[in-house]
Ligand binder design. Structure first.
Ligand SMILES: Nc1ncnc2c1ncn2[C@@H]1O[C@H](COP(=O)(O)OP(=O)(O)OP(=O)(O)O)[C@@H](O)[C@H]1O
Ligand SMILES: [Mg+2]
Length: 320
Protein backbone atom coordinates (compact mmCIF):
# COMPACT_ATOMS: atom_id res chain seq x y z
CA UNK A 1 0.00 0.00 0.00
CA UNK A 2 2.69 2.47 0.81
CA UNK A 3 6.10 3.96 0.28
CA UNK A 4 7.01 6.03 3.34
CA UNK A 5 10.20 8.08 3.60
CA UNK A 6 11.52 9.34 6.96
CA UNK A 7 14.08 12.07 7.44
CA UNK A 8 15.26 14.45 10.15
CA UNK A 9 17.45 17.50 10.54
CA UNK A 10 20.36 18.18 12.84
CA UNK A 11 19.33 18.56 16.46
CA UNK A 12 16.58 15.94 16.22
CA UNK A 13 17.84 12.41 16.69
CA UNK A 14 15.36 9.57 16.36
CA UNK A 15 14.75 8.93 12.66
CA UNK A 16 16.35 5.47 12.65
CA UNK A 17 14.66 4.48 15.91
CA UNK A 18 11.31 5.62 14.55
CA UNK A 19 11.86 3.87 11.19
CA UNK A 20 12.81 0.57 12.83
CA UNK A 21 9.95 0.86 15.30
CA UNK A 22 7.44 1.51 12.53
CA UNK A 23 8.80 -1.33 10.39
CA UNK A 24 8.38 -3.74 13.30
CA UNK A 25 4.91 -2.49 14.15
CA UNK A 26 3.50 -2.13 10.62
CA UNK A 27 0.59 -4.43 9.90
CA UNK A 28 1.66 -5.75 6.53
CA UNK A 29 4.82 -7.22 5.12
CA UNK A 30 7.42 -4.49 5.33
CA UNK A 31 10.74 -3.70 3.74
CA UNK A 32 12.89 -1.28 5.74
CA UNK A 33 15.49 0.46 3.57
CA UNK A 34 18.52 1.97 5.29
CA UNK A 35 19.31 4.78 2.86
CA UNK A 36 21.18 7.09 5.22
CA UNK A 37 23.97 8.59 3.07
CA UNK A 38 26.19 8.90 6.14
CA UNK A 39 26.59 5.11 5.90
CA UNK A 40 26.18 4.46 9.60
CA UNK A 41 24.87 0.90 9.03
CA UNK A 42 22.63 1.95 11.88
CA UNK A 43 20.26 -1.00 11.59
CA UNK A 44 22.78 -3.81 11.06
CA UNK A 45 24.96 -2.45 13.87
CA UNK A 46 22.05 -1.07 15.90
CA UNK A 47 18.80 -3.02 16.09
CA UNK A 48 20.41 -6.17 14.70
CA UNK A 49 23.38 -5.67 17.03
CA UNK A 50 25.97 -6.92 14.55
CA UNK A 51 24.43 -10.39 14.43
CA UNK A 52 23.90 -10.37 10.68
CA UNK A 53 27.17 -10.44 8.78
CA UNK A 54 26.33 -9.53 5.22
CA UNK A 55 27.69 -7.72 2.20
CA UNK A 56 24.13 -7.22 0.95
CA UNK A 57 22.69 -3.78 0.53
CA UNK A 58 22.51 -0.64 -1.56
CA UNK A 59 26.04 -0.90 -2.93
CA UNK A 60 25.15 -4.18 -4.63
CA UNK A 61 21.92 -2.60 -5.88
CA UNK A 62 24.10 0.09 -7.49
CA UNK A 63 26.32 -2.55 -9.10
CA UNK A 64 23.28 -4.38 -10.46
CA UNK A 65 21.97 -1.10 -11.86
CA UNK A 66 25.30 -0.55 -13.60
CA UNK A 67 24.99 -4.08 -15.06
CA UNK A 68 21.46 -3.23 -16.20
CA UNK A 69 19.83 -5.96 -14.16
CA UNK A 70 16.14 -5.48 -13.25
CA UNK A 71 16.16 -3.92 -9.80
CA UNK A 72 12.92 -5.42 -8.51
CA UNK A 73 14.50 -8.86 -8.18
CA UNK A 74 17.84 -7.44 -7.09
CA UNK A 75 16.25 -5.49 -4.25
CA UNK A 76 14.56 -8.56 -2.93
CA UNK A 77 17.72 -10.67 -3.17
CA UNK A 78 19.67 -7.99 -1.29
CA UNK A 79 17.45 -8.05 1.80
CA UNK A 80 18.02 -9.79 5.12
CA UNK A 81 15.45 -10.66 7.80
CA UNK A 82 14.82 -7.75 10.14
CA UNK A 83 13.68 -9.88 13.02
CA UNK A 84 15.83 -12.47 14.74
CA UNK A 85 15.05 -14.99 17.44
CA UNK A 86 17.10 -12.97 19.90
CA UNK A 87 14.99 -9.92 19.26
CA UNK A 88 11.63 -11.61 19.35
CA UNK A 89 9.45 -11.22 22.35
CA UNK A 90 7.28 -13.91 23.80
CA UNK A 91 3.82 -14.03 22.32
CA UNK A 92 1.45 -12.26 24.66
CA UNK A 93 -1.99 -12.28 23.21
CA UNK A 94 -3.26 -9.73 25.70
CA UNK A 95 -0.72 -7.04 24.81
CA UNK A 96 -2.29 -3.78 23.55
CA UNK A 97 -1.70 -3.83 19.83
CA UNK A 98 -0.46 -7.39 19.77
CA UNK A 99 3.18 -8.29 20.28
CA UNK A 100 5.55 -6.80 17.78
CA UNK A 101 8.03 -8.53 15.55
CA UNK A 102 7.34 -12.06 16.64
CA UNK A 103 4.84 -13.23 14.05
CA UNK A 104 2.66 -11.99 11.22
CA UNK A 105 3.87 -10.61 7.93
CA UNK A 106 7.51 -10.74 6.89
CA UNK A 107 9.78 -7.86 7.77
CA UNK A 108 13.03 -7.44 5.89
CA UNK A 109 15.89 -4.98 5.75
CA UNK A 110 17.72 -3.66 2.71
CA UNK A 111 21.04 -2.68 4.34
CA UNK A 112 22.59 0.69 3.66
CA UNK A 113 25.74 2.08 2.12
CA UNK A 114 29.05 0.67 3.28
CA UNK A 115 30.82 3.99 2.65
CA UNK A 116 29.61 7.60 2.35
CA UNK A 117 31.31 7.79 -1.06
CA UNK A 118 28.95 5.06 -2.34
CA UNK A 119 25.98 7.19 -1.37
CA UNK A 120 27.45 10.11 -3.31
CA UNK A 121 27.43 8.05 -6.52
CA UNK A 122 23.93 6.66 -6.03
CA UNK A 123 22.00 9.49 -7.73
CA UNK A 124 21.41 7.74 -11.10
CA UNK A 125 20.16 4.60 -9.32
CA UNK A 126 17.33 6.32 -7.42
CA UNK A 127 14.75 6.60 -10.23
CA UNK A 128 14.78 2.88 -10.98
CA UNK A 129 15.15 1.87 -7.34
CA UNK A 130 12.23 4.09 -6.32
CA UNK A 131 10.14 2.47 -9.08
CA UNK A 132 11.12 -0.99 -7.84
CA UNK A 133 10.16 -0.07 -4.28
CA UNK A 134 6.80 1.17 -5.51
CA UNK A 135 6.20 -2.03 -7.40
CA UNK A 136 6.65 -4.11 -4.24
CA UNK A 137 3.22 -2.81 -3.38
CA UNK A 138 1.82 -5.24 -5.95
CA UNK A 139 3.00 -8.08 -3.72
CA UNK A 140 1.51 -6.50 -0.61
CA UNK A 141 4.83 -5.23 0.72
CA UNK A 142 5.03 -1.72 2.18
CA UNK A 143 8.33 0.12 2.19
CA UNK A 144 9.78 2.36 4.91
CA UNK A 145 12.91 4.28 3.91
CA UNK A 146 15.25 5.89 6.46
CA UNK A 147 17.06 8.58 4.45
CA UNK A 148 18.87 9.97 7.48
CA UNK A 149 19.41 13.67 8.05
CA UNK A 150 18.52 16.13 5.34
CA UNK A 151 21.37 18.04 3.78
CA UNK A 152 21.07 21.29 1.88
CA UNK A 153 20.60 19.46 -1.46
CA UNK A 154 17.40 17.90 -0.07
CA UNK A 155 16.22 14.32 -0.41
CA UNK A 156 16.60 12.15 -3.52
CA UNK A 157 13.88 13.67 -5.74
CA UNK A 158 12.75 10.30 -7.25
CA UNK A 159 11.87 9.14 -3.73
CA UNK A 160 9.90 12.29 -2.99
CA UNK A 161 8.16 11.95 -6.37
CA UNK A 162 6.94 8.45 -5.63
CA UNK A 163 6.43 8.49 -1.84
CA UNK A 164 2.96 8.31 -0.35
CA UNK A 165 4.31 10.13 2.66
CA UNK A 166 7.58 11.94 3.45
CA UNK A 167 7.92 12.42 7.20
CA UNK A 168 10.13 14.90 8.98
CA UNK A 169 10.95 13.53 12.44
CA UNK A 170 11.56 16.30 14.96
CA UNK A 171 11.62 16.97 18.67
CA UNK A 172 9.32 19.69 20.01
CA UNK A 173 12.01 21.99 21.42
CA UNK A 174 13.34 25.14 19.80
CA UNK A 175 16.79 23.68 19.09
CA UNK A 176 15.14 21.04 16.90
CA UNK A 177 12.40 23.19 15.43
CA UNK A 178 14.64 26.04 14.26
CA UNK A 179 16.55 23.90 11.71
CA UNK A 180 13.41 21.86 10.99
CA UNK A 181 11.71 25.06 9.85
CA UNK A 182 14.45 25.76 7.33
CA UNK A 183 14.39 22.25 5.92
CA UNK A 184 10.59 22.06 5.91
CA UNK A 185 10.67 24.80 3.26
CA UNK A 186 13.06 22.73 1.14
CA UNK A 187 10.84 19.68 1.54
CA UNK A 188 7.77 21.64 0.47
CA UNK A 189 9.68 22.78 -2.60
CA UNK A 190 10.64 19.19 -3.46
CA UNK A 191 7.09 18.00 -2.92
CA UNK A 192 5.77 20.74 -5.21
CA UNK A 193 8.24 19.62 -7.88
CA UNK A 194 6.74 16.16 -7.54
CA UNK A 195 3.39 17.66 -8.58
CA UNK A 196 0.03 16.62 -7.19
CA UNK A 197 -0.94 17.04 -3.60
CA UNK A 198 1.68 17.58 -0.91
CA UNK A 199 2.77 14.26 0.54
CA UNK A 200 4.52 15.68 3.59
CA UNK A 201 4.03 15.34 7.31
CA UNK A 202 5.77 15.67 10.65
CA UNK A 203 6.28 13.12 13.42
CA UNK A 204 6.99 14.83 16.73
CA UNK A 205 9.06 12.96 19.30
CA UNK A 206 8.22 14.36 22.72
CA UNK A 207 5.07 16.34 22.09
CA UNK A 208 4.58 19.38 24.40
CA UNK A 209 8.27 19.55 25.39
CA UNK A 210 7.45 22.38 25.20
CA UNK A 211 5.69 22.97 21.88
CA UNK A 212 2.47 21.21 20.95
CA UNK A 213 1.42 19.78 17.61
CA UNK A 214 -0.66 22.78 16.59
CA UNK A 215 2.20 25.24 17.16
CA UNK A 216 4.65 22.93 15.40
CA UNK A 217 2.34 22.50 12.46
CA UNK A 218 1.94 26.27 12.15
CA UNK A 219 5.68 26.88 12.49
CA UNK A 220 6.73 24.25 9.94
CA UNK A 221 3.71 24.78 7.66
CA UNK A 222 3.29 21.03 7.54
CA UNK A 223 0.69 18.77 9.15
CA UNK A 224 1.77 16.91 12.28
CA UNK A 225 0.72 13.39 11.37
CA UNK A 226 1.68 11.65 14.59
CA UNK A 227 3.46 12.05 17.92
CA UNK A 228 5.71 9.63 19.78
CA UNK A 229 6.73 9.77 23.44
CA UNK A 230 10.24 10.12 24.79
CA UNK A 231 10.97 6.62 26.12
CA UNK A 232 14.69 5.94 26.29
CA UNK A 233 14.50 2.32 27.45
CA UNK A 234 12.22 1.17 24.63
CA UNK A 235 14.01 3.38 22.08
CA UNK A 236 17.31 1.63 22.89
CA UNK A 237 15.79 -1.66 21.73
CA UNK A 238 15.20 -0.21 18.27
CA UNK A 239 18.34 1.92 18.02
CA UNK A 240 20.88 -0.37 19.71
CA UNK A 241 19.34 -3.82 19.93
CA UNK A 242 19.28 -3.42 23.72
CA UNK A 243 17.51 -6.12 25.72
CA UNK A 244 13.81 -5.54 25.92
CA UNK A 245 12.85 -3.92 29.19
CA UNK A 246 10.06 -5.42 31.28
CA UNK A 247 6.62 -4.86 29.79
CA UNK A 248 8.22 -3.64 26.58
CA UNK A 249 5.06 -4.38 24.59
CA UNK A 250 3.16 -2.02 26.88
CA UNK A 251 5.87 0.63 26.96
CA UNK A 252 4.90 4.20 25.99
CA UNK A 253 6.98 4.03 22.80
CA UNK A 254 5.54 0.73 21.56
CA UNK A 255 2.03 1.93 22.30
CA UNK A 256 2.86 5.17 20.53
CA UNK A 257 4.15 3.27 17.52
CA UNK A 258 0.90 1.34 17.23
CA UNK A 259 -0.98 4.65 17.23
CA UNK A 260 1.50 6.06 14.72
CA UNK A 261 0.84 3.15 12.35
CA UNK A 262 -2.87 4.03 12.49
CA UNK A 263 -2.13 7.73 11.97
CA UNK A 264 0.13 7.13 8.99
CA UNK A 265 -2.21 4.61 7.43
CA UNK A 266 -5.11 7.04 7.77
CA UNK A 267 -3.11 9.88 6.27
CA UNK A 268 -2.07 7.79 3.27
CA UNK A 269 -5.59 6.49 2.70
CA UNK A 270 -7.09 9.98 2.79
CA UNK A 271 -4.51 11.33 0.37
CA UNK A 272 -4.94 8.41 -2.01
CA UNK A 273 -8.67 8.77 -1.84
CA UNK A 274 -8.43 12.48 -2.72
CA UNK A 275 -6.18 11.60 -5.64
CA UNK A 276 -8.66 8.98 -6.82
CA UNK A 277 -6.30 6.10 -6.09
CA UNK A 278 -8.68 4.16 -3.84
CA UNK A 279 -8.45 1.00 -5.90
CA UNK A 280 -4.77 0.64 -5.21
CA UNK A 281 -5.19 0.79 -1.46
CA UNK A 282 -6.63 -2.71 -1.16
CA UNK A 283 -8.45 -4.20 1.82
CA UNK A 284 -8.06 -2.60 5.26
CA UNK A 285 -4.64 -3.64 6.55
CA UNK A 286 -4.89 -7.43 6.78
CA UNK A 287 -2.28 -9.08 8.97
CA UNK A 288 -1.70 -11.71 6.31
CA UNK A 289 -1.60 -11.04 2.62
CA UNK A 290 -4.85 -11.54 0.81
CA UNK A 291 -5.39 -13.92 -2.07
CA UNK A 292 -5.86 -11.11 -4.58
CA UNK A 293 -2.19 -10.15 -4.25
CA UNK A 294 -1.26 -13.45 -5.87
CA UNK A 295 -1.66 -11.80 -9.25
CA UNK A 296 1.76 -10.28 -8.68
CA UNK A 297 3.52 -13.63 -8.28
CA UNK A 298 4.56 -14.23 -11.89
CA UNK A 299 6.49 -10.96 -11.83
CA UNK A 300 8.45 -11.92 -8.74
CA UNK A 301 10.86 -14.79 -8.81
CA UNK A 302 12.32 -14.18 -5.41
CA UNK A 303 11.54 -16.54 -2.57
CA UNK A 304 10.69 -13.77 -0.15
CA UNK A 305 8.16 -12.25 -2.47
CA UNK A 306 6.60 -15.64 -3.12
CA UNK A 307 6.46 -16.62 0.54
CA UNK A 308 5.13 -13.20 1.49
CA UNK A 309 2.41 -13.30 -1.10
CA UNK A 310 1.54 -16.81 0.07
CA UNK A 311 1.14 -15.44 3.58
CA UNK A 312 4.20 -17.27 4.91
CA UNK A 313 6.17 -15.84 7.78
CA UNK A 314 9.82 -15.57 6.87
CA UNK A 315 10.92 -13.79 10.02
CA UNK A 316 11.86 -16.94 11.90
CA UNK A 317 15.23 -15.68 13.13
CA UNK A 318 16.92 -17.24 10.16
CA UNK A 319 19.80 -14.92 9.50
CA UNK A 320 21.91 -16.69 6.99
N1 LIG B 1 11.36 8.32 21.20
C1 LIG B 1 12.56 8.29 21.79
N2 LIG B 1 12.67 8.42 23.14
C2 LIG B 1 13.89 8.40 23.74
N3 LIG B 1 15.05 8.25 23.09
C3 LIG B 1 14.99 8.11 21.75
C4 LIG B 1 13.76 8.12 21.03
N4 LIG B 1 14.04 7.95 19.70
C5 LIG B 1 15.37 7.83 19.62
N5 LIG B 1 15.96 7.90 20.83
C6 LIG B 1 17.40 7.75 21.14
O1 LIG B 1 18.13 8.77 20.48
C7 LIG B 1 19.39 8.26 20.05
C8 LIG B 1 19.56 8.53 18.55
O2 LIG B 1 18.53 7.85 17.86
P1 LIG B 1 18.63 7.46 16.32
O3 LIG B 1 19.85 6.66 16.06
O4 LIG B 1 17.32 6.89 15.94
O5 LIG B 1 18.81 8.91 15.70
P2 LIG B 1 19.08 9.30 14.18
O6 LIG B 1 18.26 10.51 13.92
O7 LIG B 1 18.86 8.14 13.30
O8 LIG B 1 20.62 9.71 14.25
P3 LIG B 1 21.73 9.71 13.09
O9 LIG B 1 21.64 11.04 12.43
O10 LIG B 1 23.01 9.52 13.83
O11 LIG B 1 21.43 8.59 12.14
C9 LIG B 1 19.40 6.77 20.39
O12 LIG B 1 20.11 6.60 21.60
C10 LIG B 1 17.93 6.43 20.58
O13 LIG B 1 17.73 5.36 21.50
MG1 LIG C 1 19.99 7.26 11.84
Amino acid sequence: MALIVLTSVSGSPGVTTTSVGLALTWRRATLLVDADPAAHQAVLAGYLAGQVATAKGLQRVAEAHRDRRPLLEVVSDETVPLTAADHECAVQDDSPGGPIADRGPGRRLLPGFARPANAGLFGPVWPELADALMRLEGAGIDVIVDVGRMERQGLPQPLVDRADLVLLVTHSNLRSLAPARTYAGLLREQSRLAGGELNLGVVVVGDQLPYGRREISRLLELPVVSVLPVDAAAAAVFSDGAPRPRRFDRSPLVRGLHHAVDDLTGQIRRRRSRLGLEDEVGPPMPSTISAQDRSAVPLMTNAWLRSTVDGGNVDGGNHG
